[in-house]
Design a protein around this ligand. Structure first.
Ligand code: ATP
Ligand code: MG
Length: 390
């Protein structure tokens, strides 16, 4: 195979005892997305190497994989001066530049020439053969030559990877995914820290439309580009929501509804082996996300709730959603169960005792059971499939 792609691990290298676990999972995640391609993957504690033919395809896939600090397309030659000189020149022939720098890293200490001397040898050879000059401080192009026992790797540009940890290293979280901007970003940020996702969406037909549901599945399939394992659990929420609206005073309906959501999320999280609940709440964004509201809502569960965008401004969240391509779908105008029948004055300082009192007014245990029993699970998410349905 013609091309060699070198992957640097980044933050994984700070791991000591369990570093191999991280690297093995990263390798598996990469193999999974490259399934069907012709490639050969090898790794050690410092680097991963992928030999392949279709470098553009492989590169596009690697750009969505967490746990990769940087990606380098490199050329391998024997540890032999003439071969190295020739390859450096071949590489520079493809680039436009005025100044350059050679940076030799001599990992193989049995190689007889020291790094600094080798920089000079290769640098002089380039100067003799090309119209250019050396700039060691701010070169237009940096040529790295890594002399290792298994061969010499030569490369120029380093492409930034996504960083983070391999998806799944932390197990799974249950993401409460609405059709909004915040929750897909919360999901992406969790994936970045190695938490794989199961998604949960509350739908209230006929009050919410099938387009609203498809929008959520589309959002899940976009973030699934960073995982490959995501499923969406659709909870039929209509009866429970109607019971709340019939029994509870107007200003408390959202608080009680969200307490029900948390109860269901906890049950579904346990059922699906998820260690935490994740959502897109951001402190102070709406009445149900004041700290007092969060306390009243969160008090129905002992399950840990992770809120990756809790301390971000909306504009910061929007920036990320644009970067991960969920924004355009998120802003499609289909109503979610949180936005239908919105009360005029939702409480911002709910009293837990009142919540408990209002919850005696209807049989929520039975309704919650029905929600869980009738969950619809969507698997095999593919990004393009739902685009036509919106
Ligand atoms: P987003 O916060 O995703 O932009 P939103 O602003 O419509 O959507 P909020 O009312 O702010 O949602 O709700 C806060 C969080 O509660 C959401 O980020 C999401 O995690 C969760 N949530 C809200 N509605 C739903 C729903 N219908 N299904 C699942 N989770 C939901
Ligand atoms: Mg929100």
């Amino acid at each position: 195979m013609d091309n060699l792609i070198l992957i640097k691990y980044g933050e994984l290298t700070t791991k000591k005892a369990n570093r191999n676990t991280f690297i093995n999972l990263l390798a598996n995640n990469i193999k999974k997305v490259l399934k069907g391609e012709d490639f050969n993957l090898k790794f050690d504690r410092v680097r991963m190497y992928i030999e392949c033919n279709n470098v553009d395809f492989v590169l596009e896939k690697l750009k969505n994989i967490f746990g990769i600090h940087s990606i380098v397309i490199c050329y391998k030659v024997n540890n032999n001066i003439e071969s190295i000189k020739q390859k450096v020149l071949d590489l520079l022939d493809k680039e436009t530049f005025k100044t350059f720098k050679i940076n030799t890293k001599r990992a193989d200490k049995s190689f007889e020439i020291h790094s600094m001397d080798f920089n000079k040898i290769i640098g002089s050879y380039v100067l003799k053969n090309k119209q250019c000059s050396v700039d060691v401080h701010n070169p237009d192009i940096l040529v790295t030559i890594e002399i290792r026992i298994e061969g010499t790797f030569i490369y120029t540009n380093e492409i930034a990877g996504l960083g983070g940890y391999p998806v799944g290293i932390q197990g799974k979280g249950m993401l409460m995914l609405s059709g909004g901007i915040d929750s897909p970003v919360a999901g992406y940020l969790s994936l970045k820290r190695g938490v794989d996702l199961e998604c949960l969406y509350f739908e209230s037909p006929p009050h919410t439309s099938v387009e609203a549901k498809n929008k959520v599945i589309k959002l899940a399939s976009i973030i699934n580009n960073y995982s490959g394992n995501i499923r969406v659990n659709i909870i039929p929420f209509t009866k429970l929501q109607e019971a709340i609206y019939k029994s509870v005073p107007d200003n408390y309906v959202i608080t009680i509804m969200r307490r029900m959501m948390y109860r269901i999320a906890e049950k579904l999280a346990i059922k699906n082996n998820c260690k935490v609940i994740i959502n897109g709440e951001s402190i102070g964004q709406v009445a149900s996300q004041t700290l007092s509201s969060m306390v009243a809502i969160n008090s129905v569960t002992n399950f840990p709730v992770i809120r990756p965008v809790a301390c971000m401004d909306k504009l910061e969240i929007i920036d990320i959603s644009k970067k991960i391509s969920t924004y355009e779908t998120s802003i499609l105008p289909f109503e979610d169960c949180c936005t239908i029948f919105l009360p005029t004055h939702p409480i911002i300082n709910p009293d837990i005792k009142k919540c408990l009192l209002y919850e005696t007014l209807f049989n929520y245990d039975e309704l919650i059971k029905q929600c869980i029993d009738n969950v619809e699970v969507i698997t095999n998410l593919k990004q393009d499939e739902y685009s036509d349905l919106l």
